[in-house]
Ligand binder design. Structure first.
Ligand code: ARG
Length: 568
């Protein structure tokens, strides 16, 4: 409806001098039921600006929409209700969808612009847990939204592959593990000894000193330390990549924190040169008092760098390498202050592009009210989560459709989809208290419901014999749309572009997941009340409507990173 809305707004703008096109766009809404029109302009807010009663405004406007897409207008109780010609809905809107197919919803309005998206970023030798899953799926979807609107996207995995934890790991490895064990068990063993380190260090604090020493050896490029660090990193990456494979996610760059080891010195020099660095008890900081923030720590008193130091160096590197128009960071809202601080530092350094840095936060994940923390061993492993989900889906398949082809892979796709969808179905900012029951609930507004509806549309199309490469609108008449379910479905489908715009503006993938549920409900309502393949004159219309459902659902699933399950 994006185009309809904007055409209508353009016309209305001409009738109301005091209002801009954007004002009208913001005010136009979709009425809850068809008797109230397909679009409506509530005139209450306009009343103050125009110094007229809402009813008088609606009366005034009722005859102004003499454009060929509008069937009729009504003034009712302060609303201007607008009815769109069915002919236009069928000949233009439906046509765009079935001709557009995989391209429907895409535009190149941002061609030539580059956006860097920093997401996932798990920490090496720690479990890839459900908190990082959030960054991964939200970031991935934000990336696809940008791609749909023509941006060139650079997906960056800023791996946590540097820091004092490597000192701890080396000590832990030497004390309680072996090459064989780590090679056999991978990350699981690394996590086991990491957790053990913390409980042992409580009893014997000298372990912390040893760990510090090992980390400082690593920073000085001591051969043994570097070799162990690399090995831990490789072992860990193998497991991490398995997870990405299940999610079907890949990155353009794996430049993690260690990548910036030799890129911080010039940044520190520059900060000094620009008189931004202050000595505070031996540490080097940038004072941000004026901006009501605690200082940004650049160097510890022992001379080692910090998370923020690396982020500043990384941003400069990315600007130089990719010349981004926007650089987006997807992490928990717990890191809000960190980003605000170093964004400010970049601004104080005089870089105009500081305004193009954007932090996209999301809520915390807890389990049964308890925070998830690696150190305490209170972790949900993604592998376990995905295999449990797949197992539960497989049980359902075995019960309902035991002969299904390739059922293990499908169970995995649907199980993973269920988890991803549940992660993306609420505003990202909301905290999540994780429960197996909710994540794997296959009824209601869930991923499996959308994937299943998609498969249903595909199955209708297969049976219809429609050749999708050769879709045309020949012999389609607006009069073929004979009932409210079809019209309601077509209207819902037509909102796709607007939902993409909204999701992109708010960097909010849940706009798309919620919308997909609306499409599924509208399609299932139509599907359950009307025959498609046995219809008479309007059989082709109904098949094309089903094809439009397939493309909109398919493109939506793609954006939120779920597999398109053609057959289930
Ligand atoms: N590894 C970090 C964490 O787990 C996230 C890194 C996010 N990206 C960044 N450029 N700071 O908290």
């Amino acid at each position: 409806m994006k185009d309809i809305k904007s055409v209508v707004a353009k016309k209305l703008e001409k009738s109301i001098e005091q209002l801009s096109w954007t004002d009208i766009m913001d005010n136009l809404e979709y009425p809850p039921n068809p008797e109230m029109g397909d679009l409506a302009l509530p005139c209450f807010k306009l009343s103050r600006v125009l110094r007229k009663s809402p009813i008088a405004i609606a009366d005034l406007l009722v005859n102004s929409l003499d454009i060929d897409i509008v069937e009729k207008c009504e003034s009712k109780g302060g609303y201007l209700n607008i009815f769109i010609k069915r002919e236009y809905m069928v000949n233009n809107i439906l046509k765009n969808m079935v001709i557009g197919k995989e391209e429907f919803g895409k535009s190149n309005e941002n061609a030539g612009k580059t956006v860097c998206i920093d997401y996932s970023a798990p920490n090496i030798a720690k479990p890839f847990h459900i908190g990082h899953l959030r960054s991964t799926v939200i970031g991935h979807s934000i990336r696809r939204l940008h791609e749909f609107r023509g941006y060139k996207c650079v997906g960056i995995n800023h791996l946590g592959d540097w820091g004092t934890q490597f000192g701890k790991l080396i000590v832990a490895y030497k004390s309680w593990s072996s090459k064989e064990l780590i090679e056999e068990k991978g990350t699981e063993e690394l996590v086991r000894i990491y957790v053990k380190f913390h409980s042992e260090a409580e009893k014997d604090p000298s372990l912390n000193d040893q760990a510090r020493k090992w980390f400082s050896r690593l920073e000085k490029k001591d051969e043994e330390a570097v070799e162990l660090w690399k090995w831990f990193k490789d072992i860990s990456l193998l497991d991490i990549e398995k997870t990405y494979k299940m999610l079907d996610i890949s990155f353009d760059s794996y430049a993690g924190e260690s990548f910036y080891n030799d890129k911080m010195e010039p940044v520190i020099e520059e900060l000094k040169h620009k008189n931004l660095l202050v000595n505070s008890d031996g540490a080097m900081i940038v004072n941000l008092e004026e901006y009501n923030m605690p200082p940004c720590l650049i160097l510890k008193s022992d001379g080692s760098s910090l998370y923020a130091t690396r982020d500043i160096a990384a941003a400069m590197y990315r600007k130089k390498t990719y010349d981004f128009d926007k650089c987006i960071y997807v992490t928990a809202t717990a890191q809000d202050l960190h980003f605000k601080q170093w964004f400010k530092v970049v601004e104080l350094m005089g870089y105009k592009w500081a305004k193009d840095l954007k932090h996209v936060g999301f809520g915390m994940v807890s389990m049964g009210g308890a925070k998830l923390a690696t150190r305490e061993g209170n972790i949900i492993y993604l592998d376990d989560l995905f295999s449990e989900a797949a197992k539960r889906v497989l049980d359902i398949i075995n019960e309902k459709n035991p002969d299904m082809e390739d059922k293990e892979q499908k169970a995995l796709d649907i199980g993973v989809g269920a988890i991803v969808f549940s992660d993306l179905s609420n505003n990202r900012i909301k905290d999540i208290d994780f429960s197996w029951e909710d994540a794997l609930n296959f009824d209601g507004s869930t991923g499996p419901y959308v994937q299943y509806t998609y498969a249903r549309a595909c199955s209708v199309l297969r049976k219809s014999g429609l050749i999708e490469d050769d879709i045309n609108m020949d012999n389609i008449e607006p009069s073929h749309m004979t009932n409210d379910e079809e019209f309601a479905l077509l209207k819902t489908l037509s909102l796709f572009n607007e939902k993409i715009d909204q999701a992109l503006k708010d960097l909010e993938p849940s706009c798309i997941s919620r919308y997909l549920i609306d499409v599924c409900m509208a399609f299932n309502k139509f599907y359950n009340s009307h025959t498609i393949l046995n219809a008479e004159d309007n059989k082709k219309f109904r098949i094309l409507l089903t094809a439009a459902v397939k493309y909109v659902l398919g493109n939506g699933l793609y954006i939120i990173g779920l597999k398109r399950t053609e057959r289930v």
